[in-house]
Design a protein around this ligand. Sequence first.
Ligand code: NAG
Ligand code: NAG
Ligand code: NAG
Ligand code: NAG
Ligand code: NAG
Ligand code: NAG
Ligand code: NAG
Ligand code: NAG
Length: 540
Amino acid sequence: MRRVGLWVVVLVVAAAVAGLVGASPASGLVLADEGGGGGGAGGRSFDGGAVRGEFPCGSHTARSRSCEEMNGSGSFDTTCVIGSSSSLDGDLCVYGDGSVVISPHVKIICPVAGCYIAINVSGSITIGEHVDLIAGSVSLYATNVSLDQRSTVNTTGLAGEPPPQTSGTPHSLEGAGGGHGGRGASCKVSNDTNWGGDVYAWSTLAWPWSYGSKGGSMAADHQFGGDGGGRVMLRASEFMNVDGDVLAEGGVGSLKGGGGSGGSIMIYAFKLYGNGTISAAGGNGWGGGGGGRISLDCYSIQQDLEITVHGGQSFGCPQNAGAAGTIYESSLQTLKVTGQIRLLSKGSISFGLSENPISEFELVAEELLMSDSVIKVYGAFRMYVKVLLMWDSEIQIDGGGKDVVLASMLEARNLVVLRHGSVISSNAALGVYGQGLLNLTGPGDGIKARRLFLSLFYNIEVGPGSFVQAPLDDAVQSSLDALSRCESKTCPSELITPPDDCHVNNSLSFTLQVARKALGKGSFSNMELVVVLGMGAGVA
Ligand SMILES: *[C@@H]1O[C@H](CO)[C@@H](O)[C@H](O)[C@H]1NC(C)=O
Ligand SMILES: *[C@@H]1O[C@H](CO)[C@@H](O)[C@H](O)[C@H]1NC(C)=O
Ligand SMILES: *[C@@H]1O[C@H](CO)[C@@H](O)[C@H](O)[C@H]1NC(C)=O
Ligand SMILES: *[C@@H]1O[C@H](CO)[C@@H](O)[C@H](O)[C@H]1NC(C)=O
Ligand SMILES: *[C@@H]1O[C@H](CO)[C@@H](O)[C@H](O)[C@H]1NC(C)=O
Ligand SMILES: *[C@@H]1O[C@H](CO)[C@@H](O)[C@H](O)[C@H]1NC(C)=O
Ligand SMILES: *[C@@H]1O[C@H](CO)[C@@H](O)[C@H](O)[C@H]1NC(C)=O
Ligand SMILES: *[C@@H]1O[C@H](CO)[C@@H](O)[C@H](O)[C@H]1NC(C)=O
């Protein structure tokens, strides 16, 4: 299994942040379940229209089982503790205003293709260790959802019908893999294609709700292919803890049939964390099945989760596996807080996709206080605060090292203080703006970027052992970079608030503008330094 490095938002955060944001929900944090309800993060919200009609128990009027009928104690309007296993022969719908606790080692199984288990309560759903929830579709809705270690929500190989008019199951009798998020593999190499079942459901990347497809068979009279993966939808308006496994993998084929394709997993949560696995991988088979589709719409996601949609292995042609499916992550574009953001002890916020660092992200707050914490940005970052205090912390901006990314801009109007080895770094262009004091207090504190613009600080103090650096160490690339910019006679766009007269030498990697005075006690390393404007500016 491979760990997919697509992390949008990683926020392992001081309660302060959660509390704050909870108190004044930033736009984009609203996990609307009515179409059009969500704003912010792309204005995208759960498109209930595409999905809602399919829930067998989409309303309170649908028959909901009682806690007693599940052999539990209590009620779904208070707390129902389900302490014994059940094997169901039809859909299970549970509604209530309370909470559900499934005790360790309980199994709730409906091993019928397309069978549905839906639990929709307003409190929390707590799934104990070694619990198995097995069905074709599983949806869990609550304020908090938690899957303990070694528990599973497993819809592997239990797909119902894939969408009509799709050809996920290959028809040729060659034991090729099923397709869905990625194509299945075919081991037949006589023609120029070695693909099996087709891809489908592209239009619902953000709210995948299609079953995976069966793998192809080598015999016309017997289906040797593995079954498609099922569907899982987990929604926690607050916290989702996944220490167990959430699976919608394709079923395993055989030496006479291809693997099934992975199904669909949708996760909505304010905060998703845990160290479990979320997989819609394709099944192994003669030809491997393609991966399914996963969509994550979470304000924050912890990195310890393993999330995968890889294709299945091909027994018949090990060099040609099923193709990987898709992981869609709606990303945090803007974090706006009226007040203070505090990131403490190993807290982190991460914006953007590491594989595709081209978006722009914005953070707005009165004060940003960081201690032993990290803000990581893939793309361009715009930050507006009055006060930025960093203690043993980092802001890392990864623009992919390319010029396609716009310059990042950090504006701290009154005060920027870096202490105890705090670093702001960017592998693209970075502008740091302020009108007050910038104090890099001691060893290891620094600001570095491929191209750096420090502008308008009234006072810049670079303490002993601190540094302000541009370009980065890969000086060759940067000098090329500078060359390419020599052509331009205009004021660099990076100077978002340029002085009235734009006398900036834009071929340089490093620009320092100081409105009044700069005190330099430390080392400026590896940079060309030009003080462009400045009354009484002095740099040691
Ligand atoms: C869950 O229940 C709420 C009302 O309590 C309802 O608005 C929502 O549509 C239900 N969701 C599903 C998937 O059944
Ligand atoms: C509840 O327990 C009874 C008696 O053990 C059993 O027959 C029944 O199937 C159980 N119900 C469920 C939903 O598991
Ligand atoms: C959800 O979890 C949070 C954090 O653990 C807790 O404060 C809150 O009370 C929980 N809510 C419910 C409904 O269980
Ligand atoms: C999930 O279900 C599949 C198919 O029944 C089974 O092969 C697999 O072992 C299960 N996974 C886990 C982790 O229980
Ligand atoms: C391979 O391609 C040729 C020409 O397109 C076609 O006639 C033939 O049926 C194909 N063979 C297979 C096994 O698909
Ligand atoms: C996963 O997290 C749980 C709860 O924090 C912890 O008890 C467990 O040891 C962790 N497992 C792994 C494999 O890290
Ligand atoms: C910068 O920080 C150092 C260390 O805390 C402090 O001694 C110094 O006075 C500060 N500089 C300014 C101008 O406030
Ligand atoms: C900009 O700096 C480069 C390198 O020092 C220098 O060759 C060039 O003449 C400068 N351009 C202007 C307009 O000052």
